[in-house]
Design a protein around this ligand. Structure first.
Ligand code: PLP
Ligand code: COI
Length: 360
């Protein structure tokens, strides 16, 4: 609990028939629920003015720092409707902690973990009817923090706003659990040493859009970023972490080296794989190792993971110089079974043995 009380202003809700039509086929990030949360921070007063209010445009001074210097961070988590109708979120404290790590890097204020969790709960509770119940559907929750001091000097803002919005979601990639093609971007880096690669800040995603366009032009759904200094060393995808699966029951994934986002799905899958007796190696991983491992049969599967993407098999790696098709571009057995286990925990068909779920 938190000692801030949320003021509540009821929205004019979308008629149930219209909402249900959206929930039939929500897409990803296209529709938003009836309410949003807003909490203000000032250097002098700390966090105050917590509100659950109608979803809608926010008035902002054109000199707000976020519009000029990009002082912005965000999170992504999901609420799941289980077979008995109850609603849970997955490891929200982890998102709160990561938001605070991003806040440190972007010189934004820390938000108490309980306040973050309470804000997400309040929004999901008031808009519970927006949590879909179809297969692979969820309510995607997007907490974010922006610097909204009106000041053009370049320094950390003394006024910020934390908000939470929510959007009903189907699969991030259309076509179900179909393997995706990824584009190896060695011309553009996502992060450099000492930069903001480990923070979830808007600027990282802005920088990923040009390479993402190049990927799309080459028929790929995601970009694989490599180390800015060593283009053979794999970092992560534009919006997901990456795992290779070896035939000797070992998972390999790039270590949290400061350049990549510490994914909560990544962390959870490491735990689930170890529970199954798999060894997990968190270390530098190279494109060469991947290509050679596929060629000699020691690397049998590869997948991407993240809140939006869940676990998505990788079927093809393309670059200007080569194209590799993995496993005839069919989803791998281990990838599918790990996906089934994770989503089983989230949707309630499997035991939550690590205590990851938070009831709304
Ligand atoms: N890497 C990047 C760049 C991301 O945007 C995301 C998504 O949030 C991830 C990895 C996966 O993180 P998580 O599993 O916490 O969603
Ligand atoms: C998420 O998985 O939450 C992200 O932020 C990634 C983005 C591709 C939607």
């Amino acid at each position: 609990m938190t000692d801030l009380t949320f003021a509540f202003t009821e929205a004019e809700r979308l008629p149930a028939a219209d909402r249900d039509a959206i929930l039939e086929n929500p897409g990803f990030g296209d529709h938003f629920t009836d309410h949003m949360v807003s909490i203000t921070w000032t250097k002098d007063a700390g966090w105050h003015d917590a509100r659950v209010m109608p979803y809608g445009p926010i008035a902002m001074d054109p000199a707000s720092s976020v519009l000029h210097y990009g002082q912005e961070i965000f999170e992504g988590l999901k609420a799941y409707r289980r077979a008995d109708g109850s609603i849970v979120t997955f490891r929200p404290e982890e998102n709160a902690r990561r938001l605070n790590e991003s806040a440190t890097r972007l010189a934004l204020p820390q938000i108490p973990v309980e306040l973050f969790v309470e804000a997400t709960k309040q929004l999901v509770a008031v808009d519970a009817e927006w949590v879909p119940s179809g297969a692979d559907q969820s309510l995607y929750i997007r907490p974010f923090m922006i610097a909204d001091e009106s000041f053009l000097g370049v320094r950390a803002a003394q006024r910020a706003r934390f908000m939470v919005i929510a959007s009903p979601a189907g699969p991030y990639f259309s076509g179900g659990v179909k393997p995706v093609s990824i584009w190896l971007s060695q011309d553009f880096a996502r992060a450099g040493h000492g930069g903001t690669g480990a923070a979830k800040c808007g600027g990282n995603y802005a920088a990923s859009l040009l390479p993402q366009n190049v990927a799309a032009e080459n028929g790929c759904q995601q970009v694989l970023f490599t180390d800015a200094d060593n283009p053979d060393v794999i970092d992560e995808l534009g919006g997901m972490n990456l795992f290779l699966v070896r035939g000797d029951s070992t998972l390999v994934t790039p270590a949290l080296n400061g350049n990549i986002l510490p994914g909560i799905t990544r962390k959870s899958l490491i735990q689930l794989a170890q529970d199954r007796g798999y060894a997990v190696e968190e270390r530098a991983v190279t494109v060469t190792e991947w290509r050679e491992g596929v060629a000699d049969g020691s690397i049998v599967e590869a997948f991407a993971c993240g809140t939006a993407a869940v676990i998505t098999p990788i079927g093809q790696l393309k670059s200007p110089d080569f194209t590799i098709d993995f496993g005839d571009r069919a989803p791998g057995e281990f990838t599918l079974s790990l996906r089934e286990e994770l989503t089983g925990i989230q949707y309630g068909s499997r035991e939550d043995r690590h205590g990851w779920l938070e009831e709304i």
